[in-house]
Unconditional design. Structure first.
Length: 273
C-alpha cells in the first residue's frame, strides 16, 4: 500500500476514489481535478497518472489487510477528506452449480465488503458536509440470470447505502448511490465474453464519462439515488415491488436485450474510420 503524506495536499478539498484505474474511475479522477479537488486515486497497483493533484494509492480491495493499512495511513496523516467515491467493481458471470468459490469471494469482497470496510474506516475523517458516493449497478434492482453473486453484492450495497444514510444524517454527511445500466468499459466486454446477461443491452450502454459526470454533479447537489437511464430505474423499481409482473415481462426484455447486444457487438467489429 502506497504511503500518503499530508504535505502532498494544498488547500484543495480531498476526494478518495476507488477503481481509479477503471473506465468510470479514470474519467472521474480527471473531472474532480478540474473541479478543484486533490484526488487519492485508489487502484490495485497504484499506477501514476501523470496528472497534477492526483496521489496514486496501491490498495488491493480483495485484501482486508490492505484496506486496514490504507485507512490507518490516512488517519495517521489526518488527511482532510471531503468525499469518498466507491467506483471499484468486478463481475464474473457463472451459473449456480458451476460457481468458482474464488470468484464468489472476489465479487463479494470488492463489490460489498470493501466499500463497507473502507467507509467504516474513513468515516471519522469526513466532516459535516462530506459526501459518500456508491457507483452501484442496475443489478441492485434487477436480478441477473447467471450472475447471482454479482446481483447479491449489489443488492447488499444498496441496502448498506440506504441504512448508512440514516446513520450519518445527524453528522451532516451525505450519502448517494448511482445505478448505471451497462457502461461501455472493458469490464462490460469481459462480461459479454463470459456469457453476461442480455439485459445489459435493453438500452444502449452509457459512456464512462456520462457516469462520471453524474457523480461529479452529485457532489455539488446531493441526491439519495440516481438511475441511468432514469426510465430503466423507474421500470426496475416497479418490477422489484411486483416480482410476478417481472417474470411476465422478462421474455420481452430479454428479446430486446439480445437485439441490443447484437447491435453493440456489430458496432465493436467495425473498423475505425
Amino acid at each position: 500500500m502506497s504511503s500518503v503524506r499530508s504535505s502532498q495536499f494544498s488547500s484543495r478539498p480531498v476526494a478518495l476514489v476507488t477503481g481509479a484505474a477503471g473506465g468510470i474511475g479514470g474519467r472521474l479522477v480527471s473531472r474532480l481535478v478540474a473541479e478543484g479537488y486533490h484526488v487519492l486515486a485508489f487502484s490495485r497497483k497504484g499506477e501514476p497518472t501523470g496528472q497534477p493533484f492526483v496521489t496514486p494509492v496501491a490498495c488491493d480491495l480483495t485484501q482486508p489487510a490492505h484496506i486496514e493499512a490504507a485507512v490507518a495511513d490516512l488517519a495517521r496523516q489526518n488527511v482532510p477528506l471531503q468525499a469518498i467515491v466507491h467506483c471499484a467493481g468486478v463481475i464474473t458471470p457463472q451459473r449456480m452449480g458451476t460457481t468458482d468459490t474464488a470468484c464468489v469471494s472476489a465479487q463479494l469482497m470488492v463489490n460489498l465488503e470493501a466499500p463497507i470496510l473502507l467507509t467504516m474506516g474513513v468515516l471519522p475523517l469526513l466532516p459535516a458536509g462530506g459526501h459518500i458516493v456508491f457507483v452501484n449497478s442496475m443489478a441492485a434492482l434487477v436480478p441477473l440470470e447467471g450472475s447471482s453473486i454479482y446481483t447479491a453484492s449489489k443488492f447488499g450495497l444498496r441496502g448498506f447505502a440506504l441504512s448508512l444514510a440514516q446513520d450519518v444524517q445527524k453528522c451532516g454527511i451525505h450519502v448517494s448511490s448511482v445505478f448505471p445500466g451497462a457502461v461501455d468499459t472493458p469490464m462490460l466486454r469481459r462480461e459479454i465474453d463470459n456469457g453476461g446477461s442480455p439485459l445489459n443491452f435493453v438500452t444502449a450502454p452509457a459512456t464512462p464519462d456520462e457516469i462520471a459526470a453524474i457523480v461529479q454533479k452529485l457532489l455539488c447537489r446531493p441526491r439519495a439515488e440516481v438511475f441511468c437511464p432514469s426510465s430503466d430505474g423507474i421500470l426496475a423499481q416497479l418490477m422489484l415491488m411486483m416480482p410476478r409482473v417481472w417474470r411476465l415481462i422478462l421474455p420481452v426484455l430479454l428479446k430486446k436485450g439480445r437485439k441490443g447486444q447484437k447491435k453493440y457487438l456489430a458496432a465493436q467489429q467495425k473498423p475505425p474510420v
